[in-house]
Design a protein around this ligand. Structure first.
Ligand code: AMP
Length: 184
């Protein structure tokens, strides 16, 4: 597994544990020589991830859209910044560039991206591992919802089981690597 795409808040949020998890994941990716792909922003948890990965000597690839670049909402120190015309192309490129995906705490942008990758996986468009980093129980309500959907026959058991969950960034990467090895 050479690259991981990280979805996470463009805001910092109020729980310092979220900032710390973004920092720890950035450092962990860099230490393992894994490329960090993300949305290219210079704000919030996204910025913390990029800063910490870069500071630890890692490669960070941003994928943004022209509109956000025009508004200067991008990180100037990245290893590479791809700029595409639309949000759909942006998501497609992020998905193509990565061997696996992790969502950290975030809002609707983060969830949209995570749900797209698990939906594409369930339909067989890719077989890359997808994980939720459940920092300080942030994703417990969502995990309960997913369990309810599975219990009530609205989500396949295989799709539910495919979502890797951990509260620890290093363990998350270990689990994604193990899941990639098991993939068909
Ligand atoms: P949110 O969780 O709503 O803050 O949205 C964060 C997600 O949406 C990130 O994973 C990004 O890919 C994308 N996103 C939101 N804001 C920006 C931004 N200013 N620049 C690039 N991507 C962004």
């Amino acid at each position: 597994m050479k690259s991981i795409c990280v979805f996470l808040g463009s805001s910092a949020g109020t729980d310092p544990a979220h900032m710390e998890a973004a920092a720890a994941l950035g450092r962990e990716l860099a230490e393992r020589g894994m490329i960090c792909v993300y949305g290219g922003s210079r704000t919030g948890l996204m910025n913390r991830l990029a800063e910490c990965a870069l500071a630890a000597g890692g490669e960070v690839v941003g994928v943004t859209v022209q509109v956000l670049k025009d508004k200067e909402e991008f990180h100037r120190g990245l290893t590479r910044l791809h700029v595409v015309p639309t949000m759909h192309q942006r998501k497609t490129m992020m998905i193509d560039l990565a061997d696996g995906f992790v969502a950290l705490p975030g809002g609707i942008g983060t969830w949209d991206e995570f749900f797209e990758v698990i939906t594409l996986r369930q339909l067989g468009f890719h077989a890359k591992p997808c994980g939720l980093l459940d920092v300080n129980g942030f994703y417990q309500p969502l995990l309960q919802m997913l369990d309810k959907a599975e219990k009530e026959g609205l989500m396949k058991r295989s799709a539910r089981k495919a979502i890797v969950v951990s509260s620890d960034p290093a363990e998350m990467l270990d689990l994604l690597i193990a899941a990639e090895k098991r993939a068909p």
